[in-house]
Write a protein that binds this ligand. Structure first.
Ligand code: PEP
Ligand code: MN
Length: 338
């Protein structure tokens, strides 16, 4: 249910309604808008007459059902778009965010030189995996805490906010200590304990779409994080598994438009994993911005041929620089900046 308060409702009336909602066994989430305050009453509404019992409250304008299966993520309860901000990174505003860096952190020289190069080309955050989810147990699994330390050194050097993946509940505190944004990888999108754990830390979360997840499943995964108390969720379309094998995944850009319709959360696109081939990345990055993406996450490596993971889809420094120039022109054409 959404309890929509009247424009002039007093603080006491709002607080009274929060208590009423909680006394009905529902969780009250207060959203203060520019004109009026809305209280989202979230939980299982098994007992009848909740609507009627809230409608009579002082200062209440109306009580509406939330139709979407996800509640806090729904644009029904929040019309203004959510802006996620941490350090150098802002996602969801007029300016298009660019999170760039290697698939994996490999060495001090690799991560620092990449941070400097992507910053010079206009990136607003640095990505790099320290804990890597790999299909094969024999592949490079990441530098773990040593990799996190190198990411923190790269932030110290360049001022770029750090985005890095956390794979396990028991590592959330450790990764949150070094990183600005916690990435939940595609493979973990439905790891509900992990979603709840990142919902309890102050860091924003970048949630990647599972390769076979529907839009409702994706938004319900975001709902777990929001419901656990973390309002700063960035959605990431990173491609889905289809019958097509010429691209690593299939990158559906209509999802950007769909998500902007259904949710207030910002949406970024990952054309690196979404296509799996370097030559496809620059134009799909530009196309993502044309579709309205609030940001990009791109794999960039000093020497893609020698990368320890995902080199075949990584951009070199000159390729990244050129991609940024193209993306800047598209951003201007759709009234954004970059
Ligand atoms: C990554 O960002 O390097 C990664 C492993 O992505 P995904 O979880 O989307 O496969
Ligand atoms: Mn990768």
């Amino acid at each position: 249910m959404i309890v929509v308060m009247r424009p002039g409702a007093t603080q006491a009336e709002i607080e009274h309604m929060i208590q009423r909602v909680e006394s009905l066994g529902l969780k009250a989430h207060v959203i203060v808008g520019t004109e009026r305050t809305v209280i989202a009453a979230v939980g299982e509404e098994r007992r009848g007459r909740i609507k009627e019992s809230l409608e009579g409250g002082a200062g209440v304008d109306k009580v509406l059902p939330i139709l979407a299966p996800y509640k806090m993520a729904s644009s029904e309860i929040k019309k203004d778009r959510t802006l996620v901000r941490t350090g150098s990174l802002a996602v969801g505003g007029l300016s298009v965010a660019v999170i760039a860096g290697p698939c994996s952190v490999e060495s001090e020289e690799q991560i620092i030189s990449t941070a400097q190069a992507v910053k010079a080309a206009g990136a607003t955050a640095l990505r790099g995996g320290a804990f890597k989810p790999r299909t094969s147990p024999y592949s490079f699994q990441g530098m773990k805490e040593d990799g996190l330390k190198l990411l923190a050194a790269a932030r110290q050097e360049t001022g770029l906010a750090i985005v890095t993946e956390v794979m396990a509940t028991e590592h959330v505190a450790l990764v949150a200590k070094y990183a600005d944004v916690l990435q939940i990888g595609a493979r973990n999108m439905q790891n509900y304990q992990l979603l709840e754990a990142v919902g309890k830390v102050p860091n924003p979360v970048l949630l990647k779409r599972g390769p076979s997840a529907t839009m409702d499943e994706f938004l319900l995964a975001a709902e777990y994080i929001l419901n656990a108390g973390n309002p700063n969720v960035i959605l990431c379309e990173r491609g889905i598994r289809t019958f097509e094998s010429h691209t690593r995944f299939t990158l559906p850009l209509a999802s950007v438009i769909y998500l902007h319709e259904k949710t207030h959360l910002p949406v970024v696109v990952d054309p690196s994993h979404g296509t799996g081939h370097t030559y496809l990345v620059p134009k799909m990055a530009a196309a993502s911005i044309a579709a309205g993406a609030d940001g990009l996450i791109l794999e960039v490596h000093p020497n893609p041929e020698k990368a320890m993971s995902d080199g075949y889809q990584s951009l070199s420094f000159p390729q990244f620089e050129e991609t940024m120039q193209q993306c800047r022109r598209i951003a201007l054409a759709v009234d954004r900046s970059l």
